[in-house]
Ligand binder design. Structure first.
Ligand code: PMP
Length: 307
């Protein structure tokens, strides 16, 4: 691949981008056995800062725990390696991709006793996931014909590589039909989330978001938005939500590390609210981005400043 930065941390060492390779017989390639994170580092007036670094590192280890993957590094070691990747590549802002996976441990779905996962951490510049324009204008989304996986099939709390086959079906169906993103229902037909984003609805000044039990990933941005909205005095309700609540919403937006806070201006070609970023979405966006430009106080210690 074309180098997006100079070095990738791979099993404890800084390896040049072009040399960070694995074998074609790697278990993860055959069976989807990886867990990963998407983390952002923002440029702030105090230097580069990793947003909710500890929560991301913890979710990586939680995902591994669910699948009984032995990761040979501690939370602190993973966090320190991540800081070193940012520094080594001289990055001011970056998208960070830590990944723990089952490597070339031999064939068979059940890995041999005593194996350990491989771990890599890459960091590289990456702009707005759904486009700069999307943050202001909003995106057109469709409700996917594919549901999210049932809770007793694949655990939604683990951010595992294999989960993204579901995201690929949801997201690529939407794009093939001329939409920018797909929204999935859970197996009961209630709202779940986007292919790579959590979902929020504003109705009569109240902020609603689907329950995590609707097979949604416990998004770290979702958690931050719930917290920031409550601080702004906005009532937040996590509850079961119907598909049609999207059509009747005053505002809809999606959240994620990559997507940040992206308004949804239409769903299934039905205009949502005013058809662009609504006032509450705007207020929440400004409060969120304020964490990085200094306008919002970092009162929860969410910024890990790299010195
Ligand atoms: N849902 C899915 C399926 C995702 O891939 C992501 C991105 N990690 C999210 C939600 C948002 O999670 P976060 O805010 O932690 O990035």
């Amino acid at each position: 691949t074309t180098a997006k930065s100079d070095y990738i941390w791979f099993n404890g060492e800084m390896v040049p981008w072009a040399d960070a390779k694995i074998h074609v017989m790697s278990h993860a390639l055959h069976y989807g056995t990886s867990v990963f994170e998407g983390v952002r580092c923002y440029e702030t007036n105090k230097g580069p800062a990793i947003f909710r670094h500890k929560e991301h590192a913890q979710r990586l280890l939680n995902s591994a725990k669910i699948y009984r993957f032995p990761v040979p590094y501690s939370l602190e070691e993973i966090m320190e390696a991540t800081r070193q990747v940012i520094k080594k590549n001289n990055l001011k802002s970056a998208y960070i991709r830590p990944l723990a996976f089952i490597g070339d441990v031999g064939m068979g779905v059940i890995p041999p006793a005593g194996y350990q996962t491989d771990v890599m951490i890459a960091a590289f510049p990456w702009g707005a996931y759904l486009g700069e324009d999307a943050l202001e204008q909003g995106i057109d989304a469709m409700v996917s014909s594919w549901n999210r996986f049932a809770p007793n099939t694949i655990p939604a709390a683990a951010k595992a590589g294999g989960n993204y086959l579901s995201s690929l079906l949801i997201g690529s169906e939407a794009r093939a039909n001329g939409f920018q993103e797909g929204i999935a229902l859970d197996v009961n037909g209630q709202l779940s989330e986007g292919s790579g984003e959590n979902l929020f609805i504003v109705k009569d000044g109240i902020l609603f978001t689907p329950l995590l039990s609707s097979s949604a990933l416990p998004g770290i941005t979702r958690d931050a938005i719930i917290t920031l909205a409550r601080d702004l005095g906005i009532e937040v309700r996590e509850q079961t939500l119907s598909r049609e609540s999207l059509y009747l919403a005053d505002e809809v937006f999606m959240t994620g590390t990559a997507a940040e806070i992206t308004p949804v201006r239409s769903v299934d070609r039905i205009q949502v609210g005013i058809g662009r970023c609504g006032p509450i979405t705007k207020q929440i966006q400004q409060t969120f981005f304020g964490l990085f430009n200094g306008k919002t106080e970092d009162k929860y210690g969410w910024l890990d400043l790299i010195k």
